[in-house]
Structure formats: C-alpha cells, structure tokens
Design a protein around this ligand. Sequence first.
Ligand SMILES: Nc1ncnc2c1ncn2[C@@H]1O[C@H](COP(=O)(O)OP(=O)(O)OP(=O)(O)O)[C@@H](O)[C@H]1O
Ligand SMILES: [Mg+2]
Length: 230
Amino acid sequence: MSTDATSTVPETGRGLFVVLDGVDGCGKSTQAERLARVLEEEGPGGCVHVREPGTTALGEALRALLLDGREDLDAGTEALLFAAARRHLLVSEIEPALAAGKDVVCERFHASTYAYQGVAGGLGAATVLDLLGTFADRPAPDLELVLDLDPASAGERRGADSDRIEAKGLDFQRRVAAAYREYTAEPGRTRAHSIDARGSEDEVHARVLAAVHAVRGGARSGTASRNSED
Ligand SMILES: Nc1ncnc2c1ncn2[C@@H]1O[C@H](COP(=O)(O)OP(=O)(O)OP(=O)(O)O)[C@@H](O)[C@H]1O
Ligand SMILES: [Mg+2]
C-alpha cells in the first residue's frame, strides 16, 4: 500500500526532519529539547518536538502499553505496535508540520526498532526494515543522529527507574548499542550518523547542532548557538 503522503508537496519551503536516537538514558530527551529550542529560534517556520512512540493520543496510549505494561510482549508484537504508532505520528503530526515549513525534532525512529526488536530482540533486521519500509517510510528523516554512549554510562545517567524495555538488562542494552553502531555504519544509510554522547550536555549539544547545521548550511539567523564541534 502507498504511504507516500508527500508527492504533491513541493520540496522547497519544507521543514527539516531530524531524529535523535540511541540507547535508554543516553540523553535523547535532553538534546531534543535543546535542539528544538534552537531550531524554533532560527526559524523561519518554528519547530515541533515529538517523541516516539507518543505525542498523539494513540501514540501515548501505545507507549503506555509498550513501556509500562506488565504483560510480556514478543519482539514481533512490539515491532507492529511501534510501527503503528510511528505511522500515525508521521501522517498526523510530522508530515503536516514539515509541509507547513516547520522543522521537526523526533525522539526515536527506525533505528530504535532496528536495534531493539530487529537485532537485540531477534526478529531480524530485514524483517523490521521491510515492515517500516511498507508502513512508515514517508516522510523520511533528513538526518538521523544516534547518540552513542556505552549502556553502563547511560544506565548511570538514567538512575534507578526502568520501564519494561529498560528492565531487560545490561546485556540486552549492549546488543542494542552494537546494533545502533551497525545501523549508522551501513554505507548506504547516508543520513544516519553516530554522535559521541560522552561529556557534558553542552558538549553533546554542540555536536548535535554541528551535524544539523552541516545539512542545512549553518544557523539561519543570529542566534548565539553556533557550531562549535572540535
Ligand atoms: N551529557 C550529559 N551528562 C550527564 N547527564 C546527562 C547528560 N545528558 C543528559 N543527562 C541526564 O541523564 C538522564 C537521562 O537523560 P535523558 O532523559 O535526556 O535521556 P533519554 O535518552 O531521553 O532517556 P530515555 O531513553 O529513558 O528516554 C537525565 O537525568 C539527564 O538530565
Ligand atoms: Mg527520553
């Protein structure tokens, strides 16, 4: 079935679609919030910050089932629910925002399903990518930034609280982290990049912003947030 909602929308004037991904606790929400604030200021269309699964009523309901539920779900069931939440978010929030000239910052996307369900969960990377290619392929991100942090450090940042997937343990998280590296290392996946997530929030923010400005050609207006990656 066709998932292409963009064919009649001209490319010019569209917003930039940026994904932040990575292991539990690596700093996605922290960095997404900071990036969205900068993009909102840089304009011209402003920025929408979404999280996945979530944001819409359906997405938040699926998020609660996936992350807070007590029932054990196999990787296939998880992948189908994540794909449903993603498709709904793409159709109802992301595509309209991009078409209206807004930038979109999205926490988690295909790399998560690839890493958690496809590789660490054992479903198979090809199966997951086929599913997402069929039901959640448009609009595609302009940039997928995977925050790379070893799971033990991410666990320290996260603290004691664990949701159902985080509770799968450190070995599972290590398989997830390795899968994220495979995802960004695939030569054909030119829009996916690994970002070193060690160091302070400011240091990571500078790396994230440098990557975003590299695809968009620098800050658009006179904000203080300049590219300072070294
Ligand atoms: N660079 C950093 N250095 C130290 N602590 C950080 C850094 N970035 C974020 N944190 C802290 O680590 C914790 C986890 O960060 P955050 O919630 O942004 O991660 P996340 O990837 O969104 O996690 P989750 O996968 O659980 O949604 C928070 O308490 C946050 O304040
Ligand atoms: Mg988060």
